[in-house]
Design a protein. Structure first.
Length: 56
């Protein structure tokens, strides 16, 4: 059927508290651009170590 979306199953192997969902292509592209801009502005180069801290 035209326009039908594929069906996806979340695997039982996800860690407790994890979730999986589809992200619209435009939002995914915007997020990738934002991440690239963060790397550029903060001069994060290949193999640079950095820490990711959870927010409040």
């Amino acid at each position: 059927m035209l326009g039908a979306r594929p069906s996806y199953t979340v695997l039982d192997s996800l860690p407790v508290g994890a979730a999986a969902c589809m992200i619209p292509a435009g939002e995914n592209s915007t997020g990738g651009g934002d991440l690239g801009e963060f790397y550029r502005v903060n001069r994060v180069l290949d193999w640079d170590a950095f820490t990711v801290a959870p927010g409040p």
